[in-house]
Each structure stands twice: as C-alpha cells, then as structure tokens.
Design a binder for this molecule. Structure first.
Ligand code: ZN
Length: 446
C-alpha cells in the first residue's frame, strides 16, 4: 500500500488473509476506490438535470447510481432506494446481487395516470420527491437503453385491502358494501402510490429558511460523513437521502383529486408501528387511521374521493427506540404519567419534542394535484399550517370522535390539544393537564 491510500480491510489474524479479501473486493468493484468526485474532475460529466423544467426531456432523469458506466453521468448524490440502499449493499457484499445488475422495468408502468400538474414544473412547490419519478419508462427510456442506470422513485399500483376494523364497521352499519368502492366481501378498492425521497437541496433549504451550505454540512456530518459529495459537488443539487418514504392510499377515482367539483377527504398519517400494526393503546394513531379510512371510503361512496398519505416518520421521526425510552420515563416520573409532562419527557430524551418538520409534507399533495381538502381528518396544527401555508385550502378539520380514543391515550391527546392541536371542545388548562393521568407500571401486567 502506498502513502495516501486507504484500505477498508481488516488485518485481524482471525480474519481471512488480506490478499484474499482484496481479491474478493476486486471481483465486485474497480480496484481504485472513488471516495468522492469534484466538478472539474476528468470523466465527470453529469446528465443535465433542470429541476422544475416543464418538459420532462428538458428536466432530465435523476441519476444517482455509482455503477461503473453511470458514475461520471450522475447528477444526484446519495443512494437510491431510501433506507433500503443498505440492504442492497449487503446483497452485493454476500454475492446475492451483482453491482452491475440492470433492472428490467418492462410492464412495471403505473396502473393509473397522474398529472402532470402545474406544481410538477414549479421548482419551489415540489422539492422532496421527483415529480417524474414514476415516468422513467415513459420519458427516460433512451437513457436506460444507452446503459445509464436510471431508476423510478415512485410506483403506482392498485389493490384490495381488508381490515378487521372495516369488517366491524360494516357489521355495525357504519359503512355499507356498495359493490364498487367496498366490494360485497367488505374489501376496499384502492390505488396506491409509493414514493421515495428525492431532495432538491436549494428548495429544501429555502423551505426551512436556512442556507444550502448549512443544510449540506448538517447532512454530511449527521450521516457519519457518508456522502462527501454534499461538500465537494456544489454543482449537484439533488440528494437522495437514506430515509423512509411515503405511501398514498386512494379511495375512489384518483382523477377526482384535482377536480374542484368533487369533494376530497384526506388524512396525512405519520407511522406509529406500535399502534397502527400492533394495537398499542397509549396513543390515538390506529383509531384515527381507521376512522380516516372509513371517512375516505364514505366520501368515495358519496361521489367524491378519499386519500390517506402514510409517512414513514416513526415516533415523530425520533424512532421507536427513543419512543420507548420516553414511555418508560413517562411512567416512572414522579407524580405519574401526566399530560402536563408529556412533551417535557420527550424533550429530556431527544432534545426536541418532534422531528417530523411538516414543511416538506405538502409536496405529495401538490404532486397529486390537490387544490382543496373538504374534510381534513387530523387535529395537528403543524400539518394544517404546512398545508394551508403551501396554498391548499382546508375547508373542515375533523377531530377523532371521543368514543374512539383509548383510555390511556388521553395523556397524549390532551397534551397535544394544549399545545395547539385542533379541537371543537375545550382547550385544557395547566391544572387540567396535571390531572390527566395515564396508567402507571403497576397497572400494566406483564
Ligand atoms: Zn401512536
């Protein structure tokens, strides 16, 4: 090894000989590791990418792959696939996938047509997803043909969903099977859109009112220096972050979403796995989600359309580990689990009470062509303000009905209402917040 070069190989005597390890790496990748690139470097010639251009041909494809043929043509930093890029790396490392695998996108095209809408060519309206991310086959096929690794970041399909809670609502007469929106077997027909994050950094920085330089540096530092091009490639403006994306569930005809003569019911839901999937009763997430699905289905049955957007922002984007640490501290604190201390305990552990930062959230609504939401099934003031602030009208805000709240979730909901959540009822005082108490450990038998 010469001075200035680095080797990722371990010289641990218990490990395979260094020479063998080197050969394994060289069978997958070129021998020279490209740690970063520079705009003026030989062989660096990015495919033009003009964010917000009206014509997709002028806008250009988002190209982020580092495979040999594409490295020099890349016009985006980061990695494709959101957080799943790490599993891809593992698949390559164990030999299950060749690093030069070329996907075959034939027959993968969207089942339903969306847009294009004006927002797709407004460089400030959509900054956290690629508005043409579903249209690789349609618009960017020539690049794929030429051997460039261009991948979709949005996929659109359709499905039936069946939920025990919806069966229950049907048996209670809350919903009826019309044979169209809800089949005779109680299945809900949906169109689904999955989107991975694609950030146009100048637009993201502007949305948060910060400089692009600060944003780039923070992303570089807090990903363990994972993407040096954030620093060395100011000419590249698009970054694919290694985070979760979102899913849209549409009840009724998606073409009704931008139609001002049709009513739209919508919920924007942030993932809460403990409640959504496993039924934890400490919060209102699942009951609220189910209620919104019912309301969306009803709107569609009445001739409108319903939309649920599901963001992978677990535990207010703090993650489940932080969430459980907070649960423990809430239950153990002196005086018990009170609404008065609900946010304080999160702040003690995480330093902030919420990291969802809803500023980027309305992008998907603009992508869908939403102009007006007739019924917004959410009490969140942050979501409401972000949506209205982005130019979408919200006609009615709908709280979760009292009878659907689990008893132990009172702590959360009262604390949120006192903090600004929408309610048609009373806003609790500091005194009431002290008296709203959740179960303590002794009452949770394990
Ligand atoms: Zn929850």
């Amino acid at each position: 090894m010469t001075a200035g070069t680095v080797s990722p190989l371990s010289a641990d005597p218990g490990n395979e000989p260094v020479q063998d390890q080197l050969q394994q790496v060289q069978s997958l990748y070129p021998s020279r590791v490209v740690l970063t690139t520079y705009p003026s470097q030989h062989g660096i010639n990015p495919i033009p990418l003009k964010w917000g251009a009206k014509d997709p041909a002028e806008r250009g494809p988002v190209v982020v792959s580092r495979n040999q043929e594409t490295l020099g043509k890349r016009n985006a930093m980061g990695a494709g696939g959101g957080s799943y890029c790490i599993y891809r790396a593992l698949a390559v490392a164990i030999g299950a996938l060749t690093p030069n695998h070329r996907p075959d996108f034939r027959l993968t095209e969207p089942t339903n047509k969306f847009g294009p809408f004006d927002a797709w060519c407004d460089p400030e309206k959509i900054v956290s997803m690629d508005p043409w991310g579903h249209a690789v086959v349609e618009h960017f096929d020539k690049y794929v043909e030429e051997g460039t690794d261009v991948r979709p970041t949005i996929a659109i399909t359709k499905a039936h969903i069946k939920l025990a809670e919806i069966d229950d609502a049907i048996s209670k007469g809350i919903l009826s099977c019309d044979g169209d929106i809800i089949t005779k077997n109680g299945e809900l027909k949906v169109v689904k859109v999955a989107a991975e994050p694609v950030w146009y950094l100048p637009g993201v920085a502007k949305r948060f009112g910060i400089s692009e330089a600060v944003l780039r540096r923070a992303l570089f530092e807090d990903t363990g220096g994972m993407y040096p091009e954030l620093i060395t490639r100011p000419d590249l403006q698009v970054f694919l972050p290694p985070i979760g994306g979102l899913t849209v569930y549409i009840f009724g005809d998606p073409a009704f979403i931008p139609d001002p003569t049709k009513r739209l019911t919508m919920r924007v839901h942030d993932e809460c796995n403990g409640s959504d999937v496993f039924g934890s009763d400490i919060c209102t997430c699942k009951p609220y989600l189910i209620y919104s699905i019912e309301e969306c289905a009803r709107e569609a049955q009445n001739g409108g359309v319903g939309v649920v957007v599901y963001f992978r922002k677990e535990g207010r984007a703090l993650g489940e580990v932080t969430k459980y640490l907070v649960y423990n501290a809430r239950k153990r604190q002196e005086g018990g689990d009170t609404a008065a201390n609900y946010f304080k305990r999160t702040e003690f552990v995480a330093g902030v009470k919420d990291m969802r930062f809803q500023a980027l959230m309305p992008d998907i609504l603009h992508w869908l062509g939403v102009k007006r939401i007739d019924r917004f099934i959410s009490m969140s003031n942050m979501k409401y303000e972000a949506i209205v602030g982005s130019g979408i009208e919200i006609v009615e805000r709908v709280s979760i009905p009292e009878e659907r709240m689990p008893a132990d979730s009172k702590v959360e909901i009262e604390a949120k209402i006192a903090d600004g959540y929408f309610t048609t009822g009373e806003v609790p005082t500091a005194e009431t917040l002290q008296s709203v108490k959740g179960r303590n450990w002794d009452e949770i038998a394990h």
